[in-house]
Design a protein around this ligand. Sequence first.
Ligand code: NAP
Length: 273
Amino acid sequence: MADADERRRPLDSEFVMPSLRLDGQVALVTGGSRGLGLGVALALAHAGADLALAARTASELGTAAELVRRTGREALTLPTDVSSVAAVRGAVQRTAEHYGRLDILVNAAGINVRKPAAALSEEEWERVMAVNLKGAFFAAQAAAETMRAQGRGKIINVGSLSFEIVVPNIALYAASKGGLRQMTRALALEWAKDGICVNAIAPGRFWTAMTDAVFSDPEGYQSAVSVIPQGRPGVPADLAGAAVLLASAASDYITGQTIVVDGGWLISGGTLA
Ligand code: NAP
């Protein structure tokens, strides 16, 4: 129960603008080697954070780290398969050991198997769930241990517009991302008392390696953007504002929420092309 001092209504003159800067902070980004994860990593670096990047492909991690260093921030590369709980825990531990702290975790590693639900195999089910859901959970669990000891932390899960709507042939992906949405809310509730905020970003249709087959085909491009009110696919920099907000002190009273970044697709009714 709050004591009398804590219950005092603050004076208007006591307003202090919280900072969107992340100077002196450390962020671990899974899937930070390319695409949306790299976009988020660069946004956090521009805001002042040092980075640890985790993904499987070492060569792409090296290129991504160079881009982070060009912003003037440090980059640690951690070749990691997030579907292994031991590997995920190792990446979190190495980040905390290397920098001496961990303030921000971004779970951006993700895969999709796009096919009719009737044709999905058990192996595909386990592979997608292991990366999109299990990896994110155990990364969050491990990161929260360090954050709890520090008294604060920010966890950002990269979800998908399939938090809200579905299109054909993504039953498995949508199941994994739907789980991620509820996991975000459940962890936010449990860890609020520890000063840890857990939120999600739901990107709409972005042009990355994951969606290159659609967007590099002129007909596929037209069809995919025809449902987006802003008339173009998203690019990684479009996530920068949401990512920095959710990583910074400016969002300290926001937890368990999702910021949709989709050029207006959802408000248009989420219609299909
Ligand atoms: P992407 O370019 O294919 O990037 C995926 C990232 O995840 C890469 O860094 C990849 O590196 C990493 N990754 C995949 N499997 C991994 C594993 N087992 N262990 C560790 N890292 C792994 O795709 P993207 O579009 O940027 O997607 C990033 C996130 O955004 C995903 O969660 C995706 O679901 C989400 N998203 C994308 C869109 C879109 O339109 N593109 C829309 C909504 C949500 P390695 O392959 O080297 O491991």
